[in-house]
Design a protein around this ligand. Structure first.
Ligand SMILES: [Zn+2]
Length: 199
């Protein structure tokens, strides 16, 4: 998340826009400034995703992750949430791209129940989001995310056919390309810039 200075400036620009008289030149100017603030944050987000993806790929021979699809994610109407999901997807797309460039294996595995399954014995240990520790009868006690990561890794290593390796023509399989993800992010930024009738 890009908070701090960027978010403060964004909020200020948003406030300024809402105070300007509708249809005025000053309102147009305020809208342009708000758009620039949004654009800067989305660029920072992209830079971060690219750098992190390159780092993760270069320091590992094989990367396994949950196969979360953006199609299911953008149904969520909460803007911050869907931008985060789009950022995550963008990160994944770049990871798969660098995987191809640097010759590393990337595997997307089914995300179903990764936090509920025991990484040691495979038993389903039901837990709510607030339960941060995985405690199984088999004696396996791990941090919730650590356990899920181990489940994801073992699912990846047992996958015969990869589903997440970079596809040469992503559109052929209905997958999104990095540019598509950028378009989605920009579209979200645009819709955030559109004036709400309440203003
Ligand atoms: Zn267990």
């Amino acid at each position: 998340r890009f908070l701090g200075k960027g978010e403060r400036r964004l909020k200020k620009a948003q406030r300024r826009l809402s105070k300007r008289v509708k249809g005025s030149e000053n309102r147009k100017k305020a809208r342009v400034i708000l758009g620039k603030r949004h654009l800067k944050i989305s660029r920072q987000r992209k830079d971060f995703a690219v750098k992190l993806a390159r780092c993760v790929i270069q320091s590992n021979d094989c990367v396994v992750y949950e196969d979360l699809r953006i199609k299911n994610m953008v149904k969520n109407h909460c803007l911050a949430k869907s931008i985060n999901d789009a950022s995550w997807y963008m990160f994944r797309v770049w990871m798969e791209y660098f995987g191809k460039v640097f010759g590393r294996i990337t595997i997307a595995v089914p995300a179903h129940g990764t936090s509920q399954e025991c990484s040691s014995c495979g038993t389903i240990v039901k837990k709510s989001l607030s339960t941060r520790t995985h405690t199984c009868r088999c004696g396996c006690v791990l941090d919730r995310d650590h356990n899920a990561a181990k489940v994801i890794l073992s699912r990846g290593l047992s996958t015969a056919g990869h589903v997440g390796t970079w596809i040469l023509d992503p559109n052929a399989c209905g997958e999104l390309t990095a540019t598509d993800v950028e378009v989605i992010l920009h579209r979200q930024v645009d819709s955030a810039n559109q004036e709400s009738p309440r203003l």
